[in-house]
Design a protein around this ligand. Structure first.
Ligand code: FPP
Length: 234
């Protein structure tokens, strides 16, 4: 079975550029093109949900020049890409603590969501100003500020940034490192994880197919044994 939700940690832009004698920014620019082509591939390969780690809460601590460049790239992407998303039925959600972003970027995020809200061919989630621990702490604080006295795992989900986003079935991390880097900690509970040796700008259809084929070989038991596997909710 195809994964319902593929999450991608897009790592290696900087090294891709440095190894070519280019500025790190060139890697991010190329990375944006790879992101767009991967959205196309998700449509082609019938993946209903795809998420991308665009900018973490930790990324704010990079040099200001790089932070500003990434924010400008994000703005450009929203300006130039949204109409295409509308025409191709791609629904956008920007997931993160958006209050950490400048006002104009917050507005662009909202506009992107608003313009694409009736799109139905693919749901694309962009994690921006996102940290997994921060999301959980923000959820706890929302609960503390409410009248709610206790929560279940299911009702807790309502306090996450994007409750309707399903758990991640297949998590892909490019760029040779093998770590989670604070990506959707709640939603990766039983993700299968594919570590790619490719830098993000080099990620392509062959590597996506490798990841999907890896996913298809996995026997997902969700901590159970095969005997009561039929009771497992996916
Ligand atoms: C990690 O590579 C990548 C990022 C921190 C940014 C991800 C951004 C993009 C793929 C493109 C921008 C997309 C939008 C929508 C703005 P790294 O810089 O950590 O690479 P390194 O580990 O080789 O240094």
């Amino acid at each position: 079975m195809n994964p319902n939700h593929v999450g991608i940690i897009m790592d290696g832009n900087g090294r891709w550029a440095t190894e070519r004698g280019l500025e790190r920014f060139e890697g991010h620019k190329r990375g944006l093109e790879t992101l767009k082509s991967t959205v196309d591939l998700a449509l082609k390969h019938n993946i209903p949900h795809i998420s991308f780690f665009v900018f973490s809460t930790e990324n704010f601590f990079r040099p200001a020049k790089e932070v500003n460049f990434l924010m400008d790239l994000l703005k450009q992407a929203f300006f130039s890409y949204i109409d295409e998303c509308v025409s191709r039925g791609i629904k956008i959600k920007v997931v993160g603590n958006l209050s950490l972003l400048e006002d104009d970027i917050q507005r662009l995020c909202k506009t992107a969501e608003e313009k694409t809200k009736y799109c139905n061919n693919l749901k694309a989630y962009f994690a921006v100003a996102y940290g997994g621990r921060r999301e959980i702490v923000d959820a706890v604080n929302k609960i503390l500020a409410s009248q709610v006295k206790s929560v279940s795992e299911e009702s807790f989900r309502q306090y996450l940034y994007c409750p309707e986003m399903p758990d991640i079935d297949l998590l892909i991390r490019t760029g040779k490192e093998k770590r989670i880097s604070n990506y959707f900690l709640w939603q990766i509970q039983y993700s299968e994880i594919f570590f790619s040796e490719k830098y993000w700008p080099d990620f392509d259809e062959d590597e996506l197919v490798n990841a999907i084929n890896f996913f298809k070989t996995r026997e997902r038991r969700f901590g159970r044994v095969m005997d009561n596997f039929a009771n497992v909710k996916n």
